[in-house]
Write a protein that binds this ligand. Structure first.
Ligand code: TRP
Length: 434
């Protein structure tokens, strides 16, 4: 069975797919608005600090566990100790829950791309966005369409699906981003946006900021759901995964920063507020585009960029349950993909409707969409990452000496993996639950 497992065509395709997984809505939709709500440049500093000192450890542990066990999540945890199977099962379950709200945002993106192509004049984007999210049938159709695109790509397998999508979409993403950045920096007063990003105001620092930054880092680096573990399990050659870890972290951070550089100058140039929350990308930006010549083309280009980022992340989320189902039950990927499609659709339809006709239904006082976001980002991902570090550090005994020559650094890594990171994750969990 193991000999039949697929593997990456080359080192390059693995890194590209891992970066494709990391760079997603978390970078372009979530990062700028969380930064906007947390005071700009100080948040960025806190975020960079956490990423470099804490977050590389669970990221490395996930890749290492995949590479060492060469199994999908459930098998990987089980092979350390059969009692740990349950921690493996948590990963595809988390994946299904994340996709059930991630793909709703993907659906909105498709709608905005079409809007750009049709060149309709929209007078009020806040109204437009509310209507889009509240109209049951179109909203569900867009969600399912996005899900279908990602599921078909994932079902086609590592080479024909995942590598294929990343090879096309990631370069497209980078090219559009560069064009939009050059364009944005030409706007009058663009420097105000850059100042907001890079000139910290230390009076705004607070403890809550560290938690927002840690939660954001886990999400944007795709940690705590087995996506990197599963991708890591397809690594064939003796690859240095410490180097891969840094490449992934560096690229993800670079794209988050570039997203800020793409978005904030435009916002400040038009005298708008950077702290408008989740609507930043769907309301504030389109409003700006509607005021400039050929704005509809820029609108379409921006949402194609977002689409590329969301699809390459979406397929990495779906790969986790699809790989687990097909390898555990020994069924074809196509069949596994079909079941995952049905399950995700069954959860994401009520979540989509929770903006409209099902807005009355509350779980823990939240709409279904907010509940799914909360339970995955605040509870399941930190929890999964916690168990991963404990199992990798204490049972699989992954050690710094395996890949670091410097004794001091490798000791630091061991302490991080066994004590500091699990502690930080539990803290995040406890405070996030309030
Ligand atoms: N990292 C992606 C983003 O920034 C989202 C994502 C993909 C993800 N795979 C994941 C999040 C696994 C958590 C776990 O949009």
């Amino acid at each position: 069975m193991e000999n039949n497992r697929p593997s990456w065509t080359s080192k390059y395709t693995f890194i590209l797919a891992a970066i494709g997984s990391a760079v997603g809505l978390g970078n372009i939709w979530r990062f700028p608005y969380i930064m906007g709500q947390n005071g700009g440049a100080v948040f960025l500093l806190v975020y960079l600090l956490l990423i470099m000192t804490i977050c590389f450890i669970p990221l490395f542990a996930e890749l290492a566990m995949g590479k060492i066990t060469k199994k999908e999540c459930i098998g990987a945890f089980e092979s350390v100790n059969p009692k740990f199977k349950i921690f493996g099962i948590m990963n595809p379950i988390t994946g299904i829950l994340i996709s059930s709200f991630y793909f709703i945002v993907g659906g909105w993106i498709i709608n905005y791309i079409l809007l750009g192509f049709r060149n309709l004049k929209i007078a009020n984007f806040s109204e437009y966005f509310v209507q889009l999210t509240q109209n049951s049938i179109p909203a569900c159709t867009y969600t399912l369409l996005f899900l279908l695109i990602c599921i078909i790509l994932t079902a086609r397998g590592i080479k024909k699906g995942i590598e294929f999508a990343n090879n096309i979409l990631m370069p497209l993403f980078a090219v559009i981003m560069i064009i939009l950045i050059i364009f944005g920096l030409q706007l009058p007063n663009a420097n105000l946006g850059l100042e907001y990003m890079f000139k910290p105001d230390f009076s705004k620092i607070n403890p809550q900021m560290f938690l927002s930054a840690l939660g954001q880092a886990l999400f944007t680096l795709s940690i705590g759901m087995g996506a990197l573990l599963t991708y890591g399990s397809y690594i064939k050659e003796d690859k240095n995964i410490m180097k891969s870890t840094y490449t992934i972290i560096f690229s993800d951070t670079l794209f988050a920063l570039l997203a800020g550089i793409m978005i904030f100058p435009a916002i400040f140039s038009f005298g708008l507020e950077p702290n408008s929350g989740a609507g930043l990308v769907f309301v504030t930006l389109p409003h700006i585009f509607s005021q400039i010549p050929f704005g509809h083309i820029i609108l379409a280009a921006f949402f194609i960029l977002l689409f590329a980022a969301a699809v390459t992340s979406g397929i990495s989320i779906l790969e986790v349950p699809i790989a687990s189902l097909s390898e555990r039950l020994k069924i074809s990927r196509a069949k596994a993909a079909y079941w995952v499609f049905l399950i995700v659709a069954a959860i994401s339809i009520p979540a989509t409707l929770s903006f409209g006709i099902m807005s009355e239904y509350k779980l823990l006082n939240r709409s279904i969409f907010d509940f799914l976001d909360f339970i995955t980002s605040n509870v399941l991902m930190p929890l999964n990452a916690f168990f991963l570090c404990i199992i990798a550090g204490w049972f699989l005994k992954i050690r710094g000496t395996m890949f670091l020559k410097n004794k001091f650094l490798s000791n630091l890594f061991d302490i991080g993996l066994k004590y500091i990171v699990p502690f930080a994750l539990i803290l995040l969990l406890i405070i996030g639950l309030k």
